[in-house]
Design a protein around this ligand. Structure first.
Ligand SMILES: [Zn+2]
Length: 266
């Protein structure tokens, strides 16, 4: 491992302080979410570099802005997800890319494979986030990916054409930025698109299959949170210890492994 220069530490501190202040002001993250994002951002900047950080930053800013737009147009009650993101959300999306960088710095590793793993993880996280947000604009009822039955919006594992449109948009943006910044060779940037689609689909399959699901005792809605209508909801299916954040962590890790495998083979 090469020693990290003082300049890199100073650079990271200044950039992250500015982003933290902006995230709090615009309420993109809650205070614990900001703390988690500083840890992740620091590791990515000092061990990965500014190109890798820019890709992560683009994901964060675009998805936060799209969430804000969705809340303004549809309202926050359209889905039972916190619109001010928490540390759980930051870790669910940021842990796999950060671990990719950490592992590659601690163990001898081909730079190309590390880049691919990082891109696969960030791309899948961004694709899944934008799929959820754009999917909420779908006018009809989405279908469950496993049984194709129509379900309420926000049901874990629900998919729609709008959702996949959001997924592809996120992947095109990530691929374009990585290409422009030279963070990935063209063929890997292109391969990110099918890998991200697979990662997002796996996220939906896990959401429909093993994620814990609950029924609200008050309004009867099937939800992914332990509480609804200000009271504990009844567990109806899935594993209790697998929540939406855990599903995210699994699918982003699969995205990282898939693109790293593509890089190793091509
Ligand atoms: Zn309820």
């Amino acid at each position: 491992m090469t020693p990290i220069s003082l300049l890199a530490h100073a650079q990271a501190a200044i950039i992250l302080a500015a982003i933290a202040a902006l995230s709090l002001k615009l309420r993109f993250l809650d205070p614990k979410g900001v703390a988690a994002s500083i840890v992740i951002g620091y590791i990515v900047i000092v061990l990965g570099g500014l190109s890798y950080f820019t890709i992560l930053l683009a994901f964060f800013i675009i998805s936060s802005a799209v969430t804000r737009l969705r809340v303004r147009i549809i309202g926050e009650l359209s889905i039972d997800k916190d619109w001010i993101r928490s540390w759980r959300n930051v870790l669910a999306n940021g842990l796999a890319p950060t671990l990719t960088i950490l592992i590659s710095r601690l163990l001898p590793c081909d730079e190309r494979i590390m880049a691919a793993g990082y891109l696969g993880a960030v791309g899948t996280a961004f694709a899944d986030t934008l799929a959820t947000e754009i999917g909420l604009f779908y006018r009809g009822k989405p279908r469950l990916i496993t049984s194709f039955e129509k379900v309420e919006k926000g049901t874990p594992g629900a998919v729609s054409s709008h959702g996949y449109l959001g997924c592809i948009m996120a992947l095109l943006i990530t691929a374009a930025i990585s290409w422009i910044l030279g963070a990935a060779p063209p063929h890997l940037a292109i391969m990110l698109i099918p890998v991200g689609i697979i990662g997002t689909t796996i996220d939906s399959v896990l959401g429909a299959g093993i994620q814990g699901k609950y029924r609200c005792r008050e309004c009867g809605k099937i939800v992914e949170n332990l509480h609804h209508c200000e009271q504990p909801a009844e567990h109806i299916s899935g594993l209790k210890w697998i929540n939406t954040h855990m599903v995210n962590l699994i699918s982003t890790s699969i995205g990282a492994l898939l693109l790293a495998a593509v890089a190793a083979l091509l």
